[in-house]
Design a protein around this ligand. Structure first.
Ligand code: F7E
Length: 322
């Protein structure tokens, strides 16, 4: 039986990936950090098959321990400070966790004889930042626009470097935005679906947003974890861009979400300049043709279906809130 170690198990992607791997017969270890992580309790109730281990990307000795304990065939590093806005307020912490963290994990793998372990690094379209071309592919230069983007570029280069220097099977999956009902409420898609549902149910009145002209290539997280797994089953360690190739603005997302609940978004959305970022990524659009042809990866959920899935889920969420 293969075993996999997933860091960031309490995030959006961790549980989707764990479900995929458990369904394939993997022994799944999930790494969580923190003393009383509220998401951990929910995870242990909903996913009792995941062996939860405690470690922190800042603490190298804790990484040694979880690698020794799980002896993984595959490591998926999904842990990070992942909220771009937060990274502007906490740039050094973001560099420590999101940038140096993966390097600590790669080092821990080498120290513990795990250089045969296949390693997946959650790289991101945020590395393209103020992109020099559209769409963005594996050949597009990185021009990050946030402390988060800068940290991810470092981690991506470290992953490539360990592949080249130590012949490790280490890859960076350059994933574009991917969303789901499990997305944290701080990210714009879930913020919109949660508020649209709350407004429809008479529980909220408005939603305050920042730059609604920003454009993203949004896909469904459940599709994207399949790509992570495929990358580690490849014959060679190769980095891939993963996205739908279709771009929408935040405004489009707002319009679609409010139309799902039969409301006019203009009556409820307040645009606030103080919600805007010090530097913005205006337009991201994936050229995932390499993944399509070599990994045979395809997204299965389109934009409208994704919006509807999230809004429908949040209508149910509100029913559980007293
Ligand atoms: O923002 C704009 C905001 O925070 C999307 C992370 O998973 O994907 C995510 O990063 C856009 C930005 O995601 C609000 O300015 C407007 O242009 O949902 P987001 P993100 O920054 O694209 C990448 C691939 C990652 O790797 C990241 O970890 O929406 N926007 N008004 C807003 N964004 C937020 N959060 N809140 C607003 O009120």
């Amino acid at each position: 039986m293969k075993s996999a170690l997933i860091t960031g198990i309490t995030g959006q992607d961790g549980p989707y990936l764990a479900e995929l791997l458990l369904g394939m017969g993997y022994n799944v270890y999930g790494v969580a950090r923190g003393q009383s992580n509220p998401r951990l309790q929910t995870l242990q109730e909903t996913h009792p098959d995941i062996h939860v281990l405690s470690a922190d990307l800042i603490d190298a000795s804790s990484l040694d321990r979880v690698i020794q304990e799980s002896a993984p065939d595959e490591v998926y590093n999904l842990a990070a400070i992942s909220f771009v806005q937060y990274s502007f307020a906490h740039p050094l912490l973001t560099a420590e966790v999101t940038g140096l963290g993966p390097l600590r994990l790669l080092e821990a793998l080498r120290r513990n004889g795990g250089s045969r372990t296949r390693f997946y690094q959650a790289s991101t379209s945020e590395m393209f930042g103020n992109a020099i071309e559209t769409p963005q592919s594996e050949r597009t230069a990185f021009r990050p626009r946030s402390p988060y983007g800068c940290a991810k570029v470092f981690a991506h280069h470290a992953t490539v470097n360990y592949r080249e220097a130590y012949s490790m099977f280490a890859v960076g999956g350059i994933l574009f935005n991917h969303e789901s009902p499990r997305r944290g409420i701080e990210f714009v898609t879930r913020k919109i679906s949660y508020h649209a549902a709350g407004i429809k149910m008479g529980r909220l009145r408005n939603v305050e947003l920042g730059n609604i002209e920003a454009q993203r290539d949004w896909g469904y997280a459940g599709d994207y974890v399949r790509a992570m797994h495929l990358m580690l089953q490849n014959d060679q360690p190769i980095d891939y861009v993963i996205g739908t190739g279709i771009t929408h603005s935040v405004r489009d997302f707002v319009e679609a979400a409010f139309s799902c609940v039969g409301l006019h978004w203009q009556d409820h959305v307040i645009v606030r300049d103080d919600h805007k970022r010090p530097a913005e990524v205006n337009l991201l659009c994936a050229d995932a043709s390499r993944a399509r042809s070599e990994l045979k990866w395809r997204p299965t959920v389109g934009f409208e279906q994704l919006v509807e899935m999230m809004v429908t889920n949040d209508l149910r969420t509100w029913q559980t809130i007293p």
